[in-house]
Design a binder for this molecule. Structure first.
Ligand code: SAH
Length: 248
């Protein structure tokens, strides 16, 4: 019996077998193994204990293999409630933060509107939260400003074949005008204020959740009341990587 965790890449093959391996073997197995299934179920239980109630959010968190979005060396920690490095000085947000933010934006949408709801994520990073969003919303657009991460997310997501998710390379502070308006917007990086373009790209009744602040940050929940009015509530203290300008 092998004691390797199921999600590690296969062992290196001898030189003679490599050419074939390149053609037939995926870098990382696409189906999660039993060990990660159990760890993910325990993660969902702890999210429930932390107060996450929305059945669709819990279900999505139970389905998406978080270990497939981090480096193999960190995969054994993928189901702990911690942020982990993903390269380029960025981090994958911790599961409880991902669940809470998605729950806050989806909660207010009536069932009738959820079926066709469109969401914008600013800060794709490794693509994990985008994959969770794609299980909760009908359409997801996710934008990333670092080319290397945009490509990393594309690679991580390829095997999952998520048809309702579109990845965009660009500065998310400008939103994605061609795909607007959105029923929800989730910002995964902290700015000093919500960028103006994002207010405009919310449909009436839509919610936006964003970490705001520099040394001290708090989650801000914005709701568009009508064409001219937005209501802002300040929620929990949080810690996110900064929202930056332009692309790199
Ligand atoms: N949602 C991600 C979290 C990534 S961390 C996940 O599940 O892993 C936040 C990301 O926001 C980083 O990848 C960072 O490069 C990106 N980011 C920062 N400023 C941005 C901007 N103006 N537009 C788009 N992405 C931005």
């Amino acid at each position: 019996m092998s004691r390797r965790p199921a999600w590690l890449p296969p062992p290196r093959l001898p030189e003679s077998a490599r050419a074939t391996q390149r053609v037939v073997a995926p870098q990382r197995p696409s189906g999660p193994g039993l060990a990660s299934d159990g760890a993910r179920a325990r993660m969902v239980e702890s999210l429930r204990r932390l107060g996450v109630r929305d059945a669709r959010v819990l279900d999505a968190m139970g389905q998406v293999p978080r270990h497939a979005f981090v480096d193999a060396a960190l995969a054994s920690r993928a189901y702990e409630d911690v942020a982990l490095p993903i390269g380029h000085g960025q981090t994958i947000s911790k599961p409880s933060t991902v669940a809470r933010m998605i729950e806050l934006v989806v909660q207010s949408l009536p069932e009738s509107r959820r079926a066709a709801a469109r969401v914008l994520e600013i800060g794709t990073g490794c693509g994990y939260q985008a994959a969770v969003l794609a299980r909760v919303f009908a359409q997801v657009v996710s934008v990333e400003r670092v080319r290397g991460l945009h490509e990393q997310a594309r690679n991580n997501l390829r095997a999952m074949r998520i048809a309702n998710l579109r990845l965009v390379f660009g500065d998310g502070r400008l939103g994605v005008a061609q795909a607007a308006p959105f029923d929800a917007i989730v910002m995964a990086a902290a700015g000093e204020a919500v960028p103006d373009a994002l207010f405009e790209q919310m449909s009436v009744g839509a919610r936006l959740i964003a970490p705001i602040g520099t040394t001290r940050q708090a989650l801000h929940l914005v709701e568009r009341i009508d064409r001219e009015r937005w209501q802002v509530s300040v929620l929990d203290a949080v810690r996110f990587v900064p929202l930056r300008t332009g692309t790199s």
